[in-house]
Design a protein around this ligand. Structure first.
Ligand SMILES: Cc1cc2nc3c(=O)[nH]c(=O)nc-3n(C[C@H](O)[C@H](O)[C@H](O)COP(=O)(O)O)c2cc1C
Length: 456
């Protein structure tokens, strides 16, 4: 049985994944803007031996015909939010081993300042940082907010290629790993090992020295979740941990495509990438109890949330179409996955599904043994390397996952409770060093003058 990795999904807002579960009396996400909330979640994940805590992010919001529906404010569907980088920074003091993965947009961020922010977090966390690289599915409203023009779907990935190339140069090429000497009798840094970066890409330019020096991992662990054809190309080239979501057959096909794409890029399709499935579940001591719990969560949902929520990810107002219309008749330049994954399903079914689950996968509802059986089977059939749990109500859902499901999965899938203070990349990918593996495209930007190659 493969060793499986486990992460917990979070979002710095009171709702996540496009559903409005904040009304649930147990859901403490209603106070997402309090530091105590985040410290509690991080400590629960660290004590539970979870491999990483993930902070999603989206700059945009829902708009239908240029108008943001009132239900967005009434249900806090898309706004307000907090900055995930600052939330992560606030968790460094109360965690030691927990990986911290934050989402960063290649559409609206500036590579130079973004690279410094990530290097800073990697230094201060002693190498526990991951970067979820997104092209921002909510592109329409995000670009408007930044005073930029809308960029079409596949072109956003061209931009992401240019963005990530420049950040590799800043992470790997601006300062050599041993440039900083901190020698009070000598010098602080060796000027021979600090290099000016010259980048003249189609979207981004840079003529400058890296603002931060080489961090413990050099480049943060690269997470990615685009599952459109262009998204998978990007994942196979750059991703180290790649998220998939959906039912076993959809996920199995995605995993296959992703591993093939990695091999096409000269990477080992098993050891150089980890495919992580987003999953949701409601656990009870009996199936009946679990179903009851799920029903109380579903009851918190107002009926007309789904259309406004779906529009946030796609710009499409499904309530305008005949419910029998096939999803395959629709097109979007925003998050293509949120159309492609439904294939020939009718709009009516998607609206009903979205009402219950939003962008989250359909939850597995049952006892801990039943849920673990489904997960083990999914991992086997879809050749997965791990799961990212998307809680419906916090912290109760995460506590259930850690107390009831993880022990069973660990006993089956040798997921050792992570006790050592290894760097995040070593823990997730089993690399010998904290640095990008030799087959990763980012390595070619590393400047290493004197010593033998880093990852030998
Ligand atoms: C588990 C998971 C987490 C994701 N987190 C984010 C996120 O935080 N921000 C975001 O803009 N998109 C997020 N996405 C969406 C993807 O990054 C991507 O935009 C989406 O899959 C559309 O990709 P595509 O445009 O290639 O179809 C996530 C997707 C998955 C499966």
């Amino acid at each position: 049985m493969k060793q499986l990795l486990f992460g917990v999904f979070e979002n710095a807002q009171s709702n996540d994944s496009g559903t409005a579960t904040w009304r649930h009396e147990d859901n403490q996400r209603i106070d997402f803007d309090s530091l105590d909330y985040w410290i509690k979640i991080a400590k629960i994940c660290e004590a539970g031996g979870v491999d990483w805590l993930f902070l999603a992010d989206a700059w945009g919001w829902s708009e239908i015909d240029g108008v943001r529906p009132d239900i967005c404010d009434e249900e806090a569907l898309d706004l307000p939010r907090l900055d995930p980088a600052i939330v992560v920074a606030s968790l460094l003091q109360c965690t030691n081993r927990l990986g911290l993965v934050l989402t960063g947009s290649t559409l609206v961020e500036a590579p130079y300042s973004f690279a410094r922010r990530m290097a800073t977090l990697d230094h201060l966390s002693k190498g526990r940082i991951g970067w979820n690289v997104v092209t921002t599915g909510t592109a329409e409203t995000a670009t408007a907010a930044f005073g930029k023009v809308m960029v079409k779907h596949d072109q956003r990935y061209e931009m992401a290629e240019d963005f990530i190339e420049l950040t590799y140069k800043l992470f790997e090429g601006a300062w050599e790993p041993d440039a900083v000497e901190r020698d009070r009798s000598g010098r602080y840094s060796d000027p021979q090992k600090v290099h000016r970066i010259l980048h003249y890409g189609p979207y981004f330019k840079c003529e400058g020295y890296g603002n931060s020096h080489y961090s413990p991992q050099g480049t943060p662990v690269i997470f990615q979740a685009g599952s459109s054809p262009r998204g998978i190309q990007f994942a196979g080239k750059h991703g180290e941990c790649i998220f998939v979501a959906g039912d076993t057959s959809f996920v199995s096909k995605q995993t296959n495509k992703i591993r093939k794409e990695a091999a096409l890029n000269g990477r080992d399709p098993q050891s150089d990438i980890k495919v992580i499935c987003a999953f949701s579940c409601v656990v009870g001591d009996t199936e009946f109890e679990a179903q009851e719990k799920h029903n109380t969560i579903l009851k918190t949902q107002r009926c007309n949330v789904a259309a406004a929520s779906y529009a946030m990810f796609t710009g499409l107002d499904l309530s305008k179409y005949d419910r029998k219309t096939k999803m395959s008749d629709l097109e979007t330049e925003m998050s293509k996955t949120q159309v492609l994954r439904f294939g020939e399903v009718s709009i009516g079914e998607v609206l009903d599904n979205w009402h219950e689950n939003g962008v989250r996968p359909k939850p597995i509802v049952g006892t801990a043994d039943q849920i673990s059986d489904v997960m083990s089977q999914m991992a086997r059939e879809a050749d997965l390397d791990g799961f990212m749990f998307t809680p419906m109500s916090q912290p109760s859902s995460t506590i259930d996952f850690i107390d009831k499901i993880l022990p069973i999965m660990r006993s089956r899938h040798v997921n050792k409770k992570n006790v050592c203070d290894q760097f995040l990349r070593q823990r997730l990918l089993g690399t010998k060093t904290p640095y990008l593996s030799a087959s990763h495209p980012g390595v070619k930007y590393r400047v290493q003058r004197h010593k033998k190659p880093l990852n030998s």
